[in-house]
Each structure stands twice: as C-alpha cells, then as structure tokens.
Design a protein around this ligand. Structure first.
Ligand code: ADP
Ligand code: MG
Length: 283
C-alpha cells in the first residue's frame, strides 16, 4: 500500500500537469488563406499578459509598408513581446493586430507566416546540410537559388572553405560554425523566403567588429524594399528610421523621428546621450 500510494501520488501529479496542458486554450488555427493587398501593420489598443502580469498595456501603432520602424527601450519593457504579437506567436488579450487591414486571426498559419521573417541574435540550425538549412521551408529550391542567397548573406566564402561545401552537415558530429556564421545562414534563409516584413530582434547586439561589417551587408541585402521592424540599441542603426518607438513598461512612451525625440525631455535623449545608461539597456 505504501508503495502504491507514492505511485498514485506521482500519477496524480502527472494527470494534473496533463490537464493543465489541455486547459491551455488552443489557438484557433482555422483561418483563411489570405494574400493581403498591402503589408501595413496596425496595432489597435492591444494588451497582453503572461498569466496575470500585464506586459503590453494599451499600445496603438501604425507601421506602413516599406518603412523602417526602430523599437528601443529598457530591457524587459516588452519590445520582443510586441513583435511576437504582430506575427501572432501569442494572441492579444484585447485590441486588434491587423496586417494589410485584416485581423491576424483571420489568416491561417501558413498564409500569416509567409509575411514575416525573423532575425535573432542567437540562431539554432538543424543537424542537416548547409544547403538544406538555407532552403528550409522550400525543400525543392534549386542549388543556384541557395547559392545566390548565400552570396547575398555573405556566407558563400566560408561555406566554400568547409570540407564538403554546401553539403557539409552542421551540428553535432558535423562542422561547427561561429555565432556570426550561423546568423548569416539564418539571413540567407530569410533572403530565400523573401517575405515582405522583416523583424530584427537585437540582431546586431554583441557582434564582434570582425563580423559586424559582414552582418551589416547581409542585413542590407535582406531588407531592401521591405518593411523593417528592428529592435535595436545602437544609435547608428536607429537614427535613420522612419519612426522610432520607445517602449517602457509595456507602453509607448515616445514616438517619432530621431530629431524630434532629441528635442523632447524623455528617455530617448537619455538613451542617446547617457552612454552609461545606454550600455545597460540590454538589447
Ligand atoms: N514566456 C514568458 N513568460 C512570462 N513572462 C515573460 C515571458 N517572456 C517575457 N516575459 C516578461 O515580459 C516582459 C517583457 O519581456 P520582453 O518582451 O522580452 O522585453 P524586451 O524585449 O523589451 O527586453 C519581461 O518582464 C519578461 O520578464
Ligand atoms: Mg527582447
């Protein structure tokens, strides 16, 4: 009996955990296959919470297509969460996220995802060949297209120096790449995908100077003629943006062009002028 009671207890804990998973509201992934006429993004008074903690608190934002929006602000302010809500990684608690005038909830998963590419600082690649990692999502893509994307993303030269070139398997038991190389592979993948909206989440944070020039060129190739949303902390990437959005505590506290924000008595000016504070703004 004593033995069984321990077993029953652990079974009951597992059942509780399973029930908890089943009780998470399932995202409705019905949706239609939508090709929006434009790729303007509009956030209408959105809020979002993790459990009971409000993370995004009444945000209104318009991002016209083919513009560059920079999102800046202190670490933990909600920058990453905000971009995740645009691509419906999470559902808003209230308000609406529109892409091309349609609620993101109207789209089915594939037709929504076609619109977005994400570039992160940390990249995980598959244990597969370099070529397959680049053509991921488009398995029949011809080799010429893979190489073209790799060249634009400044990957071609280091790939050609690997033992089996594009057929080199990466990951455990295969070739290991530096962080910067992996990141450029992920940019090559995004160049192949050619989606209209590119979201860069701290993509150039903590990049060593050697990799920075290559990375910058790769990003320039990727973002030509796109709608760009970048979470960034470096002045030189932010100051030319069409709109700079300062997020603090889940709210937009300032918004405008660099010169406008510099005139205001707000945290943007502190971000720019107070280097010490800026350094502590984790990207
Ligand atoms: N998966 C999660 N579960 C619970 N809280 C989270 C999760 N992801 C982020 N948060 C919290 O949400 C807040 C905003 O995070 P985030 O959007 O990553 O901010 P930022 O990108 O501006 O640094 C932070 O307080 C963070 O701790
Ligand atoms: Mg973040």
């Amino acid at each position: 009996m004593a033995g069984f009671s321990a077993l029953i207890r652990s079974v009951s804990i597992c059942v509780d955990q399973a029930n908890e998973i089943f009780s998470i509201p399932e995202m409705d992934i019905e949706g239609a296959d939508i090709t929006p006429a434009s790729h303007d993004i509009e956030l209408k008074n959105i809020t979002f919470a993790y459990e009971n903690r409000t993370i995004i608190d009444g945000v209104d934002l318009r991002i016209p297509e083919h513009t560059t929006t920079a999102i800046v602000g202190p670490s933990g302010g909600g920058k990453t969460t905000l971009t995740n809500l645009m691509a419906r990684f999470w559902d808003v608690k209230s308000g609406e996220v529109l892409l091309g005038g349609r609620n993101v909830k109207d789209y089915n998963f594939d037709s929504l995802m076609r619109n977005f590419s994400f570039v992160f600082q940390r990249v995980y690649l598959f244990e597969d060949t370099i070529a397959n990692n680049i053509r991921f999502g488009e398995p029949d893509a011809p080799m010429e297209k893979v190489i073209e994307a790799a060249k634009k993303a400044r990957c071609h030269d280091f790939i050609m120096n690997l033992p089996d070139g594009y057929d080199t398997v990466i990951g455990e038991g295969g070739a290991s790449l530096s962080g910067g190389e992996k990141q450029r592979i992920s940019i090559a993948r995004a160049i192949m995908k050619d989606s209209p909206v590119i979201i860069l989440d701290e993509a150039t944070a903590n990049v060593d100077p050697e990799n920075e020039a290559e990375l910058t060129k790769a990003i320039e190739e990727l973002t030509k003629e796109k709608t760009i949303i970048m979470i960034a902390h470096r002045l030189k990437t932010v100051e030319h943006a069409d709109n700079i959005v300062v997020i603090d505590g889940g709210k937009i506290v300032q918004q405008g062009k660099h010169n406008e924000l510099m005139q205001q008595d707000g945290i943007y000016r502190i971000f720019v002028t107070d280097r010490q504070k800026a350094a502590s703004w984790k990207l």
